[in-house]
Ligand binder design. Structure first.
Ligand code: ZN
Length: 298
């Protein structure tokens, strides 16, 4: 039999443990960005796995070794998606962030920030009472041509099970939430929930029809419901949408702030702000909780 004081202590520990598990500050998120920035491709995968182990979180991996392109342009791409599955239900929500970076870039904002926010969401929401099966996916080799997410959709993106995909990419600098691409017919269910989340949090939302190519496109290619979330500096939303619309053929005065750092050796955590990360985390968390409440029950 357990002594009463020991029992009391266990309850206190259990309660504080739960409270602690759900608290994710901007400083915590920035620490994850610092942990992954500048690492080798394998170092980035190992970082995600070791952080998940520290959270006592089970995960599965989806290794791949594939050739993209043809003839002289053919390239062998090797990688590994890391997936945390929680909840249950016949329908599935996917929350993704790519873990890889372009060679020669430390990959702090693109996409160490997305990885940090996804780790935060795993920490905060894995014990949520889900009406859905939820897969938190750290996709590999996005920069090589959305390879990891493409493999994931091919292997496990069954149309009849898919409910929604939320993609996190470039969430570490700025003050505004940018979501897109909207209006393609594959966000009709998500957008009202995204707007409601913004309203609840009193955030101004920058919705755009154009969003840079990222893992969302692997889902869109199969007609699967999806949306992407970024955080960008004020005045960047129009420039970014315009740049994507013109397929990056823009004059030098119209380059969005985020693009000046992304994919360069300057993409360091010194340019990443805890407030931006925190905003992306709180917003996506609100979206997921609302999606779980308001989405069609399985
Ligand atoms: Zn990216």
């Amino acid at each position: 039999m357990m002594h009463r004081s020991v029992l009391r202590m266990c309850i206190v520990l259990a309660l504080t443990g739960t409270a602690y598990a759900q608290t994710v500050s901007g400083t915590n998120l920035l620490r994850w960005v610092r942990g992954i920035e500048g690492q080798s491709p394998q170092g980035r995968r190992d970082f995600v796995k070791s952080e998940l182990r520290k959270l006592n979180c089970k995960f599965r991996t989806m290794p791949f070794d594939t050739v993209i392109g043809e003839g002289a342009r053919a390239r062998r791409i090797v990688g590994e998606n890391i997936i945390v599955g929680v909840g249950k239900g016949t329908r599935r929500i996917v929350v993704g962030a790519h873990l890889d970076a372009v060679p020669s870039s430390p990959g702090a904002n693109d996409n160490g920030g997305g990885v940090a926010v996804l780790l935060g969401l795993v920490k905060a929401l894995r014990n949520h009472s889900w009406n859905y099966a939820v897969e938190f996916c750290f996709f590999d080799q996005e920069e090589a041509g959305l390879v990891g997410s493409h493999v994931y959709v091919r292997v496990s993106g069954q149309r009849e099970r898919h409910h929604a995909m939320i993609n996190l990419d470039v969430v570490g600098t700025g003050e505004e939430i940018y979501v897109g691409p909207t209006g393609g017919g594959d966000d009709d269910h998500l957008m009202p929930i995204i707007r409601k989340a913004a309203q609840t949090m009193k955030l101004r939302l920058q919705e755009r029809e154009f969003y840079p190519p990222s893992d969302w496109a692997s889902f869109a290619a199969q007609g699967l419901e999806n949306i992407s979330i970024s955080v960008v500096p004020k005045s960047d939303a129009d420039l970014l949408a315009e740049a994507v619309r013109n397929q990056w053929k823009i004059d030098s005065t119209k380059v969005p702030q985020v693009m000046k750092v992304m994919h360069t050796p300057e993409d360091k955590s010194t340019h990443v702000s805890p407030d931006a990360l925190s905003m992306a985390f709180e917003f996506t968390k609100t979206v997921l909780v609302l999606l779980n409440q308001l989405g069609n029950k399985p």
